[in-house]
Design a protein around this ligand. Sequence first.
Ligand code: NHF
Length: 483
Amino acid sequence: MKVLFLAAEAAPLVKVGGLGDVAGSLPRALAALGHDIRVAIPGYGAIDWPGFHPDRKARFDVPQRGDARQSAQVWETLSGEVPVYLLTGPPIPTDRRIYGSGIEEDGPKFIFFSLAALEACRQLDFQPDVVHANDWHTGPAVYWLSTAGRSDPFFENAASLFTIHNLPYTGRDAGRFLAEYGLGVSPALTLLPAWARDSMLGLGLVGADVLTTVSPTYAREIRTPQGGYGFDGTLSARADRLHGVLNGIDTDVWNPAADEALRERFDTATIERRAANKAALQEEAGLGREQATFLLAMVSRLDSQKGFDIALPALRLWLQTGGQLVVLGSGDPAIESGLAGLELTFPGRASVRLRFDPPYARKIYGGADGILIPSRYEPCGLTQMIAMRYGAVPIARRTGGLADTITDLGKPGGTGILFDGYDPGSVGHALSRALKVYAEREQWNEVERRGMGQDFSWDRSAAKYEELYREALRFRRGASSTA
Ligand code: NHF
């Protein structure tokens, strides 16, 4: 199949969060299955243009309302074997900015990107069977396909699959920018609550032939009032089109047996070598070199989604009672200052780095004993899979993809610790459970080894997407439509 994969970010060119990881690795797995898949992202100035040396492939115009038009260019580079198209034009920032501060900036940017990416396919004579669009930034492309695209000879047979990576990000209040690009209102929008009819996410949700999200549990949660952020009715109405497909990780990129960032590389047979990595991490983080002390870590975007409000009181107790802590992340200034306070209060026991530092993240995964992930909600989560692959045991809230990828120690084959409550007491209780097992070191090592033995590669999920692409095509070509 010919597939156009649309995302606002894709590693290694540009990555802010998990979406970038997925857009960097899933297309490679689909290409390995024999599909002709091409990724399109905005050609931000923040990308290392000299490093990736893209070639300009076409200049064209993106039509707007009336006779207006916006000039665009498409450039091509490669990510592994996968072609990546970079779309540039006046709404795409040429400075270091990726996401802006609101819809005034991001509305025009991503509507332009969505429509320019489709138009680029026509210019390059790449006629996709499926357009796989991701998150609210790409909703307009899905919506255009489901409306004007139906009578466009180049796109009439192109099916769409829309993946939700993070539902609360909606790109709402985009109505006037959508109108500028001629995206009018269709009857299908009544499937959306009134406030969401000019949201770019909403356009994707009603326009797509098939919807997916990144874990089976999250697919259920978003159909409930608690997890649906106002879209539960829309998603329940489209439940027959909605599937949960677990993300994978690129097991070549994340491989403790070959990771250059580690002091000692290891696999399940040589797991005792983690001790050297733990010592190196303690040294680099300025913590006491205590091999017998539980070294707990957090690697995360600092966002209210990630549960720092319930973690902080529990971490204070953890540090008071002799545990060690390493944190890496950046984001919300209020969370940053709460974490910085921990380091000040517990010098030599808590170490907090407030920045994006990929090599240091690898050292944490390869040296920490446990990784705390107390998320309020988690569509899939990649940290827990990477942690397990590196022998660090996840201690996580039972939500979304965390519930689908971690087996609690209370069950046979346990790989981590899960807790339910969203409160500091539940975090504290989970940490005590971890300490109890850690005291029996052989048992703990067994848990680490089981985590390392899990298969988190893309193989299974890529095959699932392949199946869903075919299903989307059946819907499109059978002309059963909602929009
Ligand atoms: O893994 C990629 C990521 C997810 O849970 C993560 C999230 C954003 O919040 O699918 O998207």
